[in-house]
Design a protein around this ligand. Structure first.
Ligand code: ADP
Length: 584
């Protein structure tokens, strides 16, 4: 019972009570819809039988009673159908909408660690397909199953009143056909799992292919990569075919065969009883007609049973995702006192492998700290720990004197602006993209930020200025333009701490000057942490931190580090050498 109530809770997206209330209306609806069938059976009883005996009067009063029942049925049908159909549909669509929004909110709170372990195709399957499955199940299938079961119970009672032997002849084949439904369910489970994996692979493959198409084209690999995608799609097609040919079709055919045998059985038993004079001919006809109306829903019921595993899996995936724990949030978040950031003996790894080892660092308020070091030395990881995308495994990261774990993520992120290399722009207007920095900013404030970030001129040269739509991911803008828009966003946000990832790829000189100008506007009077790839751009920093293999090896100003003659001095001389290279 506990298992069932848990399952029911999952399949109704946690809205069990509301769902039961709506379901009761559906059952009432089904009862009202069944009344004409009952009238049909009564008609056999009260009309045909008297009429078959010569000399008997037509029972007019009974005819009027039946007409009256049908009229009452029609009127109550209108009322109940409105309640059950409209209220149910609207009610449950509302439930899935709320649950989807809750899921969106929940995903927003999950750590970056969670997202790096799941691919986008996997998550979009849950949000799109699993929710549709549940919607379909709760809105269509479950009410139908409940209706069929209620009708069966009524049919057993009514048919028993006529003739128990005939009732048994009608129902006896149903349990015999049940094993086929269960076999189908088992096979569906196995084939369904394969289908699902292939669907997820296909979804991820399509997202990757479309997302990376420019890179693929640039390297003349679009064709080759498409072959891989084609293989994935072929596997998905094969899995869809298998589920029909191996699981659904043979089993439903066998089920249908058994039920057809049932019709034969009812005919034979009825004929036998009629010949022996134990069953009136009109009862016989009524049983034959009702047998047909009973068997069709049985087949639908079997199909539903077979689908049950798939839908249950969808429900479980939704639940599992909702049960993923976000990084723990303090009950009452502390407010930071200033913006000094301190790493105290911090060690961290994304998985089992430790990436940062016992890092001790202080980023003083309103100063510029540059993080330098070879690729993979842990520079980005440090900025991610400041923004609490992950929690340190040991040691403590504090912000304005408060450990970041003790601040609400909202409070922490309010204080930080991040400008990264891989700028993502949303499918929105340019103004909408800049306004993401501060949603309540006025148009004038947006324009002012754009001017400081040196993007006003290029925006004005676009056909619709600030109202120009940006393609998904910012595909219609150049790299330099996207970067400046992201700086405008950060300027608008005006957070006291700026985490900056300097561009690795060299931009054209004009863009470079413009971006430098935009960054200078952004970092003025702020606590700045910049991941520097070119040392020349950071030799004026207040502090330079050199990282190597996840350890801080040197700290100091440019001059201090050069006199130390260590890693920094070596990097500096290497880059200066490289700088003298020119392609003729
Ligand atoms: P840097 O910014 O200095 O190039 P990172 O901080 O990005 O270095 O990376 C440090 C190490 O952590 C690298 O070995 C990198 O492969 C690994 N790493 C970075 N991000 C992840 C992640 N999301 N999951 C697992 N490993 C990661």
């Amino acid at each position: 019972m506990k298992g069932f109530s848990e399952w029911f809770h999952t399949m109704t997206l946690g809205q069990t009570k509301k769902y039961i209330r709506l379901l009761l209306w559906c059952l009432l609806d089904s009862f009202v819809v069944s009344i004409p069938y009952a009238v049909m059976v009564l008609a056999v009883y009260v009309l045909l039988i008297p009429m078959s005996s010569p000399g008997l009067q037509l029972p007019l009063d009974r005819i009027w009673m039946l007409v009256g029942i049908l009229a009452a049925q029609f009127i109550s049908y209108l009322f109940v159908r409105k309640k059950s159909y409209l209220d149910f549909c609207i009610g449950f669509v509302g439930t899935t909408k709320t649950s989807r929004i809750e899921m969106g909110e929940h995903l927003r709170k999950l750590s970056m660690g969670f997202f790096s372990s799941r691919d986008a195709g996997d998550l979009s399957t849950v949000l799109l397909r699993d929710y549709s499955e549940i919607e379909n199940f709760a809105q269509q299938i479950l009410p139908q199953v409940a209706t069929i079961l209620i009708r069966f119970s009524l049919a057993i009672v009514v048919l028993s009143a006529f003739d128990v032997r005939m009732m048994l002849a009608v129902f006896i084949v149903i349990p015999l056909a049940l094993p086929f439904a269960l076999i189908s369910m088992k096979r569906m489970e196995k084939e369904g799992e394969l289908l699902q994996t292939s669907q997820q692979e296909a979804a991820a493959g399509i997202l990757e292919y479309v997302g990376g198409i420019r890179t693929l084209k640039a390297f003349h690999m679009a064709g080759e990569h498409f072959e891989t995608l084609k293989d994935t799609l072929n596997r998905q097609r094969q899995a869809s075919v298998n589920i029909e040919t191996k699981a659904a079709a043979p089993v439903s055919m066998l089920g249908r065969f058994v039920l057809n045998c049932g019709i034969g059985l009812v005919m034979a038993v009825g004929a036998f009883l009629m010949l022996k004079g134990q069953l009136p001919v009109f009862y016989y006809i009524a049983f034959l007609l009702l047998t047909l109306t009973i068997y069709d829903p049985v087949l639908s019921l079997f199909t539903f049973i077979a689908d049950l595993t798939r839908t249950t899996r969808s429900g479980r995936r939704i639940r599992a995702l909702l049960e993923e724990k976000p990084l723990p949030e303090p009950e009452k978040g502390e407010i930071p006192l200033g913006t000094e950031i301190v790493f105290k003996d911090v060690s961290f790894g994304y998985g089992d492998k430790e990436i940062l080892h016992h890092v001790n660092l202080t980023f003083p308020e309103k100063s510029v700290t540059a993080l330098v070091g070879p690729s993979g030395s842990g520079k980005s990881t440090i900025t991610r720990l400041i923004a609490r995308f992950w929690d340190a495994n040991s040691g403590e990261v504090s912000f304005g004197g408060i450990p970041v774990r003790e601040m609400s993520s909202e409070e922490l992120l309010k204080n930080i602006s991040m400008v990264f290399q891989d700028v993502y722009l949303f499918q929105d207007t340019i103004e909408g993209n800049i306004r993401m920095g501060r949603s309540n900013a006025t148009h004038e404030e947006v324009v002012e930020a754009a001017k400081k970030a040196a993007c006003h001129d290029f925006i004005m040269s676009l056909p619709e200025g600030y109202a120009t739509m940006v393609g998904e991911g910012g595909s219609t803008l150049s790299g330099g333009e996207k970067q400046r828009i992201s700086i405008a966003r950060a300027l608008l946000k005006d957070a006291p701490v700026i985490l900056l990832d300097e561009a690795t790829s060299s931009l054209d000189p004009e863009n470079e000057v413009l971006i430098q100008q935009a960054i200078s506007a952004l970092v003025e009077d702020k606590t700045v942490i910049v991941i520097a790839h070119r040392l020349q751009s950071v030799c004026n920093a207040d502090q330079i931190v050199v990282l190597d293999g996840g350890r801080v090896t040197e700290t100091g100003t440019h001059e201090q580090l050069l006199t130390k003659n260590g890693v920094y001095a070596k990097l500096w001389s290497e880059q200066n050498h490289a700088g003298s290279w020119r392609i003729k």
